[in-house]
Design a protein around this ligand. Structure first.
Ligand code: HEC
Length: 118
């Protein structure tokens, strides 16, 4: 009996994770951030960040605030997520573990969000 409950919980976790990564894939996030959120070229790594930081970053982007000179491309992708999807996305991305990879672009968070034009 206990085993069944545990199995159910386990399946639930897997299915839920799959659904969220589907949202990530369907929205084309992997095209720039990589299949595992590892970051590609000048697009930042999403792995290994805390949920509340990711949420703040997504909200900044939705409000048109970027932190790099080429950040404007991200604004429309952030705006395409409704409030619920934004919360879910921050939660999902915070579960991504860092994969070892050299030369990835990472942004430290500070509150000095710019407008992407500098
Ligand atoms: C066309 C390329 C592109 C696509 C597609 C894209 N992003 Fe981004 N993303 C960027 C760039 C560039 C930045 C850096 C923005 C800035 O300057 O602040 C960024 C930043 C972010 C950040 C903040 C990361 C940090 O450390 O500052 C998050 C979170 C994020 N993207 C999530 C997503 C999600 C979720 C999707 C899919 C819905 C997505 N991105 C699709 C290019 C992209």
């Amino acid at each position: 009996m206990k085993k069944k409950i545990l199995l159910g919980l386990f399946l639930n976790l897997i299915l839920h994770a799959e659904t969220m990564s589907e949202v990530y894939l369907k929205n084309g996030c992997h095209g720039c951030h990589g299949l595992y959120g590892e970051g590609i070229g000048a697009t930042p790594r999403l792995q290994g960040q805390r949920e509340e930081v990711l949420l703040k970053k997504l909200k900044d982007l939705q409000n048109g605030k970027t932190r790099t000179a080429f950040g404007n491309v991200m604004i429309s992708f952030a705006k395409n997520l409704d409030e619920n999807q934004t919360l879910e996305m921050a939660k999902y991305l915070s579960t991504l573990k860092r994969t070892e990879q050299d030369e990835v672009y990472e942004l430290d968070y500070d509150d000095n969000a710019g407008d992407g034009s500098s």
